[in-house]
Design a protein. Sequence first.
Lengths: 497, 152
Amino acid sequence: MFLDLDGTLFVLHPLTMLIMLAGVFGGLIIGAIPGLTSAMAVALLVPVTYGMDAKLGLALLVSVYLGAISGGLVSATLLNIPGTPSAVATTFDAYPMAKRGEAGKALAYGVFASFCGSILGFFALISLAPALGRFALRFGPYEYFALVVFTLTCIISIARGALVKGFISACLGLFLSTVGLSSTDGLPRFTFGTNWLQSGFSVMPVLIGMFAVSQILDDLQSLKKPVKILSGTFTLGEFLRVAINFKNSLWNMVRSALIGIGIGILPGTGSGLSNIVAYSQAKYASKNPESFGTGNPNGIIASETANNASVGGALIPLMTLGIPGDATTMMMIGAFMIHGIQPGPLLIRDHPDLMAVVVVSYLVSTMYMLLIQMGFIRVLIKALAVPQAILYPVIIVLCVMGCYALNSNMVDVWVFFGMGLLGFFMKWTGFPLLPLVLGLILGGMAESEFRGSYALGGDSLAGYLDRPIALIFLAVAVLSVATALYSARQAKKKTVP
Amino acid sequence: MAIRNKKDFFAGILLLVFSGVMYRSSYSISSGLDFALGPTFFPRILLICVALGAMFLILVNIGFQQAARPAAEPLDKKTFFYRFCLVALTLAYIMVIPVLGYATATLLFLMPSMLLMGERTLKNCTQYAIIAVAITFGLQYIFSDLLNLFLP
């Protein structure tokens, strides 16, 4: 049975429900604060799960993830600054509405659209994940290696204008994964005679350093710049009116949810892209495209439905294939590893309780999200006023403690610091961070599956020719790079007269 | 000869040197039983890929004519100062944690960092002090007492 009873009952236990409530609330607050992304929210709360049971930790992380994606709505509406990249398109219409005194209406549209997007994402998760999981059971070393290549090329291809840098970044990430004892031979590599490099780089300090430190150093540009927070909240009556009027935007919502789910499933994209694509499609399909950007509720609906639906989409490859889609799901996979959970097809077959925990906690978190946003929107608005001078040092302390608590040693803290500086340097020079981190996470799998497939083929790679699924993955990988190269060439032609 | 994009050019040189040094050090890896390509095959292929990418970055940024320079970004000295100070404070914090212990080191990090980035009025200073103490001991309680995790 897909929804295992033990896992379902575990989520419905009062303690789990209480912790998830705190998780959604924390995620919403972190998501609402400009500059703090959903990846940062998960990173800051991962250490809290170290001492927890794996199931409880999973439920908490799912609730934080969902909350953080939705939290961006508040700052997008009242500050014109997206709290997270998933709310970029929300600013286009929510802020103009807030400026003309309709902040409450804009927030109500956003809250309801977020809820609907999450529910549709939930249905996608429960209908697609089991099928994909069963299909993935047929995968062997050939298919897994091809899948890693496909995932990495997807992530490199979206770095338009920086394809070579994305390629270098992915290769560096894969290289970093080879540091330490080789899983196939048990031989030390690039340890330079030190003991602390024997076990290689832990994923979490690298992830936290890359995303948190580089983000803070980047955001210091806006330190002490004055921001104006518009006032606005909504009543229950206003929310119900918005919900009733929603039938007029049903097709926009369904289309946006499908876009969100589809983009969420693709590696490397996630909610950061889905909201913009859904917005542009809503504008394209509208009879009044000129009204978009001036305060059209359909713009908010498209963006907020898509970004929440993409959470459900992103959890599908994460749980069934062990492939993270974006920075936040990379954080999630890092957290799974800490709890000794290896996402993939075997997880669904052998641990249906864990899968049920993810699915049911996703649904419960969606309900919490709606209730908190309806009842405590004022608290989220207050979070916008937290001074950066207080926020950034506290985040650094949390990161340092989180990295230390991982293995109770300072090595992970130094890795966090070093990777933070590397991440900032990479951002500064235009190298994308995602391919490096994904390379580090998938590097071990890539190497062992490649070497396994080579050994299985009798010291030859000819075996790939007999594997249609692997060939399809490799063909799509080649196609995505070719398309990206073609688009880059076309863009260059347009800029050079 | 002119360099079109100095950031990319020097990043390319840095990466080329890095891949060269790492490739050289891969010779010190024991080859073991050489099972399925051996332990050096994968990292070496990756280092070659990094080196090729780095060479591409270097070559596309070398021109024989002075390229039209894009408008230079204004150097924001204030942002640079904040970044430098925060990195230095974090470095000092990580270095003194094992010596002073979690609570003292965290208090000594939080207060100066908040003062560095925030407005330095009497009211704010009091607020920062209260927050620093609350965060330090609050986290200690959560990590050590509630979650049973070790702190330095």
